[in-house]
Design a protein. Structure first.
Length: 252
């Protein structure tokens, strides 16, 4: 082995070839620009080559893995961006797709990065810790439903593709994993002020056991919190209901 595993970077390398192929098969056949986040030792990368995507790039933080990939796959010349995905600039001009076996220690932050890039990321396919994948895909009334669910589903349709056992990785993580796919839904709830909406959702879910009235009283005056809907908890409201409530409260 010409590389080392770095726990500090949350590295668990996928060695199950059938899982690698299933992830790559999920990529849209019409994809013309694709960026892979955290290619590591190239488990998914080698299958992505076979799809003959016109424009392909990788973003990898670990210099050792960058050197390894360049040596093993010379065709990656000028296609590897040595950077942290959380700090990286957009890898392409215009729209693109994204894929990755995401490091579990930053996977939630990667979703927020995708949301920051929502205008240009048309589709994202990724491996997550199962718990995080469930949170992204959950609907209201479920214990996993929360901030990540609402913000993601406002801009993407989420498909929970399949689960992956610990034994598919080296070293095996202590948690199960799942692959999900996000497809842009063209903002059906008309969220035009994303940062303001994000702040609203975070406050609404900040104290999950409390009613919306108690949760939102720190940012809204009492006269705006009279409706019966504020007797409910945030997790009881659908994505549409939360978006509608935001529009009602903040309409001019």
């Amino acid at each position: 082995m010409d590389y080392t595993l770095k726990k500090s970077l949350g590295q668990h390398f996928l060695h199950d070839e059938s899982i690698c192929e299933r992830i790559v098969e999920a990529v849209n056949t019409q994809c013309t620009k694709l960026v892979e986040v955290g290619p590591g030792a190239g488990a998914i990368t080698k299958y992505l080559f076979k799809k003959n995507i016109p424009e392909f790039r990788c973003i990898e933080l670990d210099k050792e893995k960058v050197d390894y990939l360049m040596k093993k796959y010379p065709e990656l010349k000028d296609k590897i961006i040595h950077d942290d995905i959380l700090d990286a600039e957009k890898p392409f001009e215009g729209h693109f797709h994204l894929i990755g076996n995401f490091p579990y220690n930053i996977s939630t932050q990667i979703v927020f990065k995708i949301l920051d890039w929502r205008d240009v990321v048309d589709e994202a396919t990724g491996m997550f810790q199962k718990e995080v994948a469930q949170r992204i895909a959950s609907i209201h009334g479920n214990k996993n439903y929360g901030i990540l669910s609402v913000l993601t589903q406002c801009f993407y349709d989420v498909t929970y593709l399949f689960e992956v056992d610990e034994t598919a990785f080296t070293p095996p993580p202590k948690v199960k994993s799942a692959v999900i796919q996000l497809k842009k839904n063209n903002n059906p709830y008309h969220i035009d002020h994303y940062e303001k909406f994000k702040s609203f959702v975070k406050v609404a879910f900040n104290q999950r056991r409390k009613t919306l009235r108690n949760g939102l009283k720190s940012i809204l005056p009492p006269e705006k919190l009279q409706d019966k809907i504020f007797d409910k908890r945030a997790e009881q409201l659908s994505v549409k209901e939360i978006a509608d409530l935001f529009h009602t409260l903040y309409s001019v």
